[in-house]
Design a protein around this ligand. Structure first.
Ligand SMILES: Cc1ncc(C[n+]2csc(CCOP(=O)(O)OP(=O)(O)O)c2C)c(N)n1
Length: 296
């Protein structure tokens, strides 16, 4: 770990600004890419897609306590696109939920870091995910639990558009619009590329914002850039803006973001990162990290 990142991560304050978040996300990408290469398994494309979204949530916004992972009134985050587990694991480790050294156990037998996140094994995981489309229904339950118990935690569901291909997501969208739990937010990592093709080839979702509105959701007035930490912080300001629930935010993202030859390619959804690709890719990721550090 380089010194600047170390300094940032050793700060007790967890409300980093946009430039600091950009450095952290760039660093986390290097960790994810290296770990997935070392282990010869896992999902790079989707993990790279959500890197800034998860970094901004965990290092700027949510209220959690890594020393008390089950704290009753903590904010909840559900990574509905559970195959992007390496993204969540990297964030949770660097946020203090478990030692960063444990990342190297990814997908080994008996590891707490399974291919898809397991809430019963790993502290910090609010829900086991992996079967696409479950996250929103579960998140709705958590948000309703807050309402019923008169607590005020926020519930965030991070969903790929693959989750929205599942009928269950649309049942949850209808139910949430009926019950309107406060502090319930759907964050859509909209990279438009899935496992074996593009969204348009598999199941076109557009016009997505209009559909969400028609289902009764309060939808952010624009699609934010999910790799621009300034834009993500603006989306957080929008979440805080009015009291109309539930809220949905669409983020335009790029699958495999950060490595030129993986960007926008479904073939890099879950491909093994071979040595030659690793050498080329890590050079690009390190260069991006250096550029962002220089801008601090
Ligand atoms: C119910 C279900 N069907 C199929 C799969 C196989 N699968 C895993 S990831 C994926 C595509 C995910 O695409 P998206 O949600 O857009 O994620 P991202 O592009 O961010 O990786 C599919 C079809 C699954 N995990 N669950």
């Amino acid at each position: 770990m380089n010194t600047r990142v170390k300094e940032l991560l050793s700060q007790p304050d967890r409300t980093f600004n946009a430039d600091e978040l950009a450095v952290l996300a760039a660093y986390f990408r290097t960790v994810m890419f290296s770990t997935l290469h070392d282990r010869g398994t896992g999902h790079w494309g989707g993990a790279a897609s959500s890197a800034e979204l998860t970094t901004a949530l965990y290092f700027n916004r949510i209220s959690i306590d890594p020393s008390n992972p089950k704290k009753e009134d903590r904010d909840r985050v559900i990574l509905s696109k559970g195959h992007a587990s390496m993204n969540l694991y990297t964030i949770l480790a660097h946020r203090g939920f478990f030692p960063t050294e444990e990342l190297s156990s990814f997908r080994k037998l008996d590891s707490r870091l399974q291919g898809h996140p397991c809430m019963n094994k790993l502290p910090g995981v609010d829900m086991s995910t992996g079967a696409l489309g479950h996250g929103l229904s579960i998140g709705l339950g958590m948000a309703l639990a807050a309402q019923l118990s008169k607590q005020h935690w926020w519930t965030y569901v991070i969903s790929g558009e693959g989750c929205l291909n599942e009928g269950q997501s649309w049942e949850a969208l209808m139910s949430a619009a009926k019950f309107k739990p406060e502090h319930f937010v759907l964050m859509i990592d909209y990279n438009k590329v899935q496992l074996d093709g593009t969204e348009d080839e598999i199941m076109p979702l557009g016009p997505l914002a209009e559909k969400l509105k028609a289902f009764g959701w309060n939808v952010a007035p624009k699609a934010y850039n999910g790799h621009d930490t300034n834009d993500i912080l603006d989306s957080f300001a929008w979440m805080d803006g009015d009291d109309v629930w539930p809220k949905a935010v669409i983020y335009d993202t790029i699958k495999g973001k950060g490595v030129s030859f993986t960007e926008g390619k479904n073939t890099w959804h879950g491909a093994v990162i071979d040595d030659a690709s690793y050498a080329k890719g890590i050079e690009e990721l390190n260069a991006d990290l250096s550029k962002k550090e220089a801008a601090l």
